[in-house]
Design a protein around this ligand. Structure first.
Ligand code: KQY
Length: 368
């Protein structure tokens, strides 16, 4: 099917909040050896835990390469509500290479197929090629039989945005204004795309996301809406943590912002876990640390905000950290009507993201 030549907003579409009912969640199966250690076996175990947790609440469709199809099918065979399909990709980041679904008030569903350049293309991007990922959104739209809006020349990943479904979007300047995404566009032109394709009116620009996030500071690892006019922000009081100033700059912006309906935002804070570093499996089996460009151990961008809201639940990564329990309590208070399920997030974090990054919800269209 050819992409539509009109604009979603003009056609009555908007991106609903993540807490609106879902039809399913889409995911991809890990196998890439330069992203996932030990033949991706630990990652596949971690993904199975996430798939299993989500499938308790809603159907999950998992795309695999042809060579992994049987393995994934067998590994996931004991899970109800899970469909494994052959859907090739360059890696697993369905949030970013998958479609952003939009709905209208007549029960319509459509897919936005953003340009994808692997988080920066030739200027700091994370893969040398990304042509298979670039086709994922189109394939998902075709599988679902949904109309598709494409944005040739406009790069965006789903992890770079969060919406309240009532006209407000949050993003970070670190990512969306980075020269490796849309250097030809001004900030107001970028806002124009967000308005036209997601049906939003108000855009809140946080200066930065989490320190050393491989995505140039995706908002989905740092701050999200929990309901209209309420956001949840990563937080640390440790002045030596590079996230210290990032958290305060974000709070200053949020504290001075109004949403699209003119409401001030209530800001809830959630602690970040203790610093975690990339570990390297040496040939002898000992654990070492992967140095960054300055020879220091590579800090990982661990965050509890990287959760997925599902029908009746929240699936959140845990890090075997004392803050896991604190995060659970905060989420229970913020989402009293949902069951909070924590699953191990350490292995997915090693690959460069977490639960929100590897999932993409398909909203269930509602008739007004
Ligand atoms: O959304 C994300 N967090 C994507 C991360 C890509 C990491 C590639 N190693």
């Amino acid at each position: 099917m050819k992409p539509l030549t009109t604009l979603p907003r003009a056609d009555g579409f908007y991106m609903p909040a993540e807490w609106a009912p879902h039809t399913r969640t889409w995911m991809l199966w890990p196998e890439r050896p330069d992203s996932w250690r030990e033949g991706a076996v630990p990652a596949q175990t971690a993904f199975k835990a996430v798939i299993s947790a989500i499938a308790r609440f809603e159907p999950v469709t998992v795309g695999t390469s042809s060579s992994q199809f049987l393995r994934a099918s067998e590994q996931l065979a004991d899970l109800l509500n899970v469909q494994v399909i052959e859907l090739s990709s360059d890696d697993v980041w369905m949030r970013d290479c998958g479609p952003t679904f939009v709905v209208d008030h007549q029960g319509g569903l459509a897919a936005v197929d953003w340009d994808f350049n692997a988080w920066g293309g030739q200027d700091g991007g994370l893969y040398p090629t990304w042509d298979i990922d670039s086709q994922v959104a189109r394939k998902v739209a075709q599988l679902e039989g949904t109309p598709r809006y494409a944005t040739p020349g406009f790069v965006l990943e789903g992890g770079a945005i969060h919406v309240d479904g009532e006209g407000t979007l949050i993003t970070t300047a670190e990512c969306l204004l980075h020269r490796n995404r849309n250097p030809q566009l001004s900030q107001s032109a970028i806002e124009g795309y967000l308005r036209d394709y997601l049906g939003v009116d108000t855009i809140i620009w946080l200066p930065e996301g989490m320190y050393n996030d491989e995505t140039d500071g995706h908002v989905d690892n740092f701050c999200c809406f929990v309901r209209p006019a309420e956001v949840l922000l990563c937080w640390t009081d440790d002045e030596s943590d590079p996230n210290y100033t990032r958290c305060r700059s974000a709070l200053a912006v949020l504290g001075n912002s109004q949403d699209a309906r003119g409401r001030r935002l209530a800001v809830h804070k959630i602690p970040i876990p203790a610093p975690r570093y990339a570990v390297l499996e040496s040939e002898g089996g000992a654990l070492g640390q992967v140095p960054d460009d300055n020879g220091r151990p590579e800090r990982l961008a661990a965050s509890y905000v990287n959760f997925l809201i599902v029908n009746g639940g929240i699936v959140v990564p845990g890090f075997v950290d004392p803050m896991d329990a604190v995060a659970m309590e905060i989420l229970k208070e913020l989402f009293p009507e949902r069951e909070i399920v924590m699953v191990p997030g350490g292995e997915i974090l090693l690959g460069g993201g977490n639960i929100h990054c590897i999932t993409q919800q398909q909203p269930k269209p509602q008739r007004a």
